[in-house]
Design a protein around this ligand. Structure first.
Ligand SMILES: [Zn+2]
Length: 503
């Protein structure tokens, strides 16, 4: 099966926060899982450089927008690398290949014979932070509720997209595909927005120069969303790799603040340009500190790279998937980071691997024999469960399922007390069965955890003398092979003494 997943492209007007790392990590976990299933995958992330706010930040620093973007793009390109994300391509909207495709895309809509693009005067309140017009009902005390700033009054002649003509076709998509948007409450939100009636929107700006020129009116540039959304398709045209267009349609991951653009505008633009709508959209919540959205502008940003330096990348990936149910909002307390690290990674998982390898070394001279017992948990049913959970992008639920298996393995150690069996020659076969069941269960768990813990999973498999192969069919009973030379494993998650960085 083909599986194409995207993150939103991030604005380069600031530097990455834990919120950006969160989306990127969640997407990477899902893509890695699909690779485990043998799917043909393509994973896209990147940056939006054409936003008006980028031009403004550049001007404040006395730079041309492109020079500013070139200077800051490095920290954004580093983000996927630092969180161990396996994106196939990193798109910049200033790429020539992207710009050419946007022009082609808009021209296709203009030429579709339905008069979907027309000229009109637009007047309204515009929030630069949102890159969107705001109705008066959306403002709180005259300010954008998300940014706390007074929007600007803009009045200019623009090119408009006839979104209103797409209401029925969009509703038909939603009705035919009840999981078009997930979670369900986001589907309901998007569908009721469409059902409430759609207003045409401006796809160009007359007063900006930083952007993609409208092909039939080069004095105007494409509105940032009419440019940015198209990245999901343009990348398939010019990213290195043969025949990438076979990957369309995509699954899009996004945070809830950009739901309307992705779940309403984007499918309509695609239909108008003659492309298939997205395959699916998953809308996740915010990680918050003190119930406020994490962003630099609110001054409570957490630098995700600080946490990685302190705890390692796998611990940050684990925490992002574990701490807040993916799709919901969740409040971040940094204390919870250290607590989970100690209790779950170091103790539940790390100790399990240390104890098991130490017992095989001590009682069996490092030799694992193939001697299955009853098993500590049902690995085949774990595989079925996590596959089903991943199909709903429930990375938190799947991790919980895996953790139940980790706990079952720990209970198996306590219940079978191998240290007592080792004292009794007559119970030697029993000891072999316990050690095999533990090693075999750990192999299944390590394979299941590989999308979450890409550095740790191979280390676990190596510590048990097993092939480093994380294909999902190895989440099954009896996969552990005989091995020799097993030594007590070094701690997978060593104690971290440093205090957590302040929020
Ligand atoms: Zn705003």
């Amino acid at each position: 099966m083909r599986f194409y997943l995207t993150t939103p492209i991030y604005y380069v007007n600031s530097t990455p926060t834990i919120g950006h790392a969160y989306t990127t990590i969640a997407a990477d976990i899902v893509v890695r899982h699909h690779r485990q299933r043998g799917d043909d995958t393509f994973f896209l992330t990147g940056v939006d450089e054409h936003a008006d706010k980028v031009a403004r930040v550049a001007a404040e620093q006395g730079l041309e927008p492109r020079a500013y973007a070139d200077r800051i793009v490095g920290v954004w390109q580093e983000l996927p690398r630092r969180v161990d994300a396996t994106n196939d391509f990193f798109i910049r909207t200033s790429d020539d290949g992207h710009k050419a495709f946007v022009q082609d895309f808009l021209q296709r809509i203009r030429d579709n014979g339905r008069d979907d693009i027309y000229q009109d005067v637009y007047a309204g309140f515009y929030c630069v932070g949102c890159e969107a017009f705001k109705t008066e009902e959306e403002l709180v005390d005259g300010k954008c509720p998300d940014h706390g700033t007074v929007p600007e009054w803009i009045e200019e002649k623009n090119w408009f997209f006839r979104l209103s003509a797409y209401q029925d076709r969009l509703l038909a998509i939603y009705d035919e595909q009840p999981d078009f948007v997930l979670p369900q409450f986001r589907y309901n939100e998007a569908r009721s927005f469409i059902a409430g009636g759609l207003r045409d929107f401006s796809i160009s700006r007359a007063t900006q120069t930083w952007g993609v020129p409208i092909p039939w009116d080069p004095d105007q540039v494409a509105y940032v969303w009419a440019d940015a959304l198209v990245n999901y398709l343009s990348a398939l045209r010019y990213a290195p790799g043969k025949d990438l267009e076979r990957f369309w349609p995509a699954v899009h991951f996004l945070a809830k603040d950009i739901l309307r653009f992705h779940c309403v505008y984007w499918p309509a633009l695609l239909l108008a340009a003659g492309f298939e709508p997205p395959r699916q959209l998953f809308v996740h919540g915010y990680l918050t500190v003190d119930q406020r959205k994490i962003s630099k502008s609110l001054g409570n940003a957490i630098d995700p790279l600080d946490l990685i330096d302190l705890y390692g990348v796998d611990a940050v990936r684990f925490w992002c998937a574990r701490q807040v149910s993916f799709g919901q909002d969740g409040n971040v307390a940094l204390d919870s980071f250290g607590e989970r690290y100690d209790a779950e990674l170091a103790n539940d998982l790390g100790n399990l691997v240390s104890r098991t390898t130490a017992m095989i070394a001590r009682y069996r001279g490092g030799r694992l024999t193939r001697s299955p017992g009853p098993g500590a948990f049902d690995a085949a049913s774990l595989r079925e469960t996590i596959v089903e959970q991943f199909d709903r992008y429930d990375i938190t639920g799947a991790l919980d399922s895996i953790w139940q298996a980790v706990r079952a393995l720990n209970q198996h150690v306590e219940a079978s007390a191998p240290w007592n069996l080792a004292k009794d020659e007559a119970r030697s076969a029993e000891l072999d069965a316990v050690l095999y069941d533990l090693a075999d269960g750990i192999v299944a768990v390590a394979v299941a955890l590989a999308p979450y813990l890409p550095e740790t999973a191979p280390r676990i498999l190596e510590a048990l003398g097993q092939p480093v192969d994380v294909a999902i069919d190895r989440v099954a009973p009896g996969v552990a092979v005989e091995a020799e030379g097993i030594e007590p494993a070094t701690p997978l998650f060593p104690r971290v003494d440093a205090a957590a960085p302040a929020a």
